[in-house]
Design a protein around this ligand. Structure first.
Ligand code: ADP
Ligand code: MG
Length: 413
């Protein structure tokens, strides 16, 4: 099977690494990929949002199967384009990707399906939202309706900061409509599952760290690290899959927009039980970099089964070990990441058996590899326990360096 993988981040490097282990794989192309994916297949310099060119590449290279990494191309209908051209694709249609592309749509689906989630109110004018917040006399989580690359949610602590948050979010293009959401309290867990439109095949639960600095301080980022499996008892995990995710899968199918792809549930474990914070329509980044190393079995076969609409008896057994990843971010990240800093020490970690270094924002500048994005590398450690996985990751981090490198020292603690 010739495969075209779309995207260029740490998630895509991890997907390429896992797909390359499949006996079903013929040629692997990655568009646009990064210096890490180039070790596993052939990078083609085409942007993930250039649908026409991606289709042309797929035809010319006799691609049998497309795997879409990021959310923006999915929401823009890339999976529909490939399907219309008769090429099998892993990733939801634009209609199904609305579960991530519109937080208001997702809330409506959840409410109609009776799925436990924060209570919420929808507004399309700042004045109405502000009036509502003032009258209620309590803080509300403010969420932009549309895709905002992790910048569409503000969690205020009082009415004044709620009003400021409404003004800030509604000034953005993703925030033409907003949700004001009940403020929940609890630990968070990400539950990802492969979905064929009807059935879910759950993957190990993960936990990510969104803030830039130790102790959950500093600005929000795309994610500074993650570990898996997350601490969650089996009963709660099963409840999340059965009562929080499956009803949404059923509802999407009943609407005529079945969800085929990676369904990612952002869950908060509140004192009243688990509640959905959001759904994503793709693999998480950096969660994928700790989940895939813990899966045994053929990922390519499983993704193809999802795309064909029948997971059947597909199994992806979980390893009993643990994985943890540390994101190495560029100087200036997240506000204004600097490019072009030479990365040193990459060759010294290639021989470490229990470490995987996934590239994200890197590029070649002969004879070096240099920074070329906010999140530069994702260093994944493996071990029998989370503690040993973290030790292995941090030992490798010590060997890598570039000017202005930022990372957290408290991932998984
Ligand atoms: N209802 C809520 N109560 C408390 N915190 C929330 C709530 N909704 C979201 N958050 C916090 O904001 C973060 C981002 O929200 P989320 O819905 O996941 O949007 P996105 O990932 O698109 O930015 C969550 O990980 C969580 O920490
Ligand atoms: Mg989120």
């Amino acid at each position: 099977m010739n495969v075209l993988l779309i995207g260029s981040g740490g998630r895509e490097h991890a997907l390429a690494w896992k797909l390359a282990q499949s006996p079903l794989l013929g040629e692997l192309l990655i568009a646009p990929g990064n210096p890490g994916t180039a070790l596993l297949g052939r990078n083609v310099p085409v942007n993930a949002n250039d649908q026409d060119l991606l289709l042309e590449v797929a035809r010319n290279a006799h691609i049998d199967f497309v795997v879409v990494g990021p959310e923006a191309p999915l929401v823009a209908g890339l999976a529909d384009r490939f399907a219309a051209a008769g090429i099998a694709v892993f990733g939801p249609t634009a209609a199904a990707a609305q579960i991530e592309g519109s937080k208001i749509f997702a809330k409506q689906v959840m409410q109609a399906a009776g799925v436990p989630t924060a209570a919420a109110h929808t507004f399309s004018s700042p004045a109405d939202a502000i009036a509502f917040a003032r009258l209620s006399k309590r803080p509300w989580v403010v969420k932009a309706d549309g895709l905002a690359a992790g910048k569409g949610v503000i969690v205020p602590t009082n009415v004044t900061t709620t009003v400021a948050a409404i003004e800030e979010i509604m000034a953005t293009s993703a925030g033409q409509r907003v949700l004001l959401e009940e403020l929940l309290v609890g630990e968070e867990v990400s539950v990802l599952a492969l979905c064929d439109g009807k059935h879910l095949l759950p993957l190990p639960p993960a936990r990510d760290h969104k803030r830039l600095r130790d102790g959950d301080q500093g600005p929000n980022t795309g994610g500074m690290g993650a570990f898996a499996p997350a601490e969650i008892d089996e009963e709660t995990f099963e409840l999340i899959v059965r009562d929080l995710m499956q009803p949404v899968v059923d509802a999407m199918a009943a609407r005529g927009t079945p969800f085929r792809g990676a369904l990612y549930a952002g869950v908060m474990l509140t004192a009243q039980g688990p509640r959905i914070l959001e759904f994503n329509a793709r693999f998480g980044d950096p969660e994928t970099q700790v989940i895939l190393p813990l899966i045994n079995g053929d990922l390519l076969a499983a993704l193809a089964a999802c795309a064909a609409g029948d997971l059947g008896n597909t199994e992806l057994p979980w390893a009993s070990s643990a994985a943890a990843c540390i994101v190495l971010a560029a100087a200036g990240y997240p506000a204004a990441p600097r490019s072009g800093d030479v990365i040193q020490g990459l060759e010294s970690v290639t021989d470490l058996g229990d470490v995987l270094v996934f590239h994200a924002g890197t590029t070649w500048e002969s004879p070096s590899i240099v920074t070329a994005g906010g999140r530069v590398l994702c260093v994944t450690g493996l071990g029998a326990t989370r503690r040993t996985a973290l030790d292995h990751a941090y030992e490798a981090v010590e060997l890598i360096n570039f000017a202005g490198m930022q990372f957290r020292r408290d991932i998984g603690r």
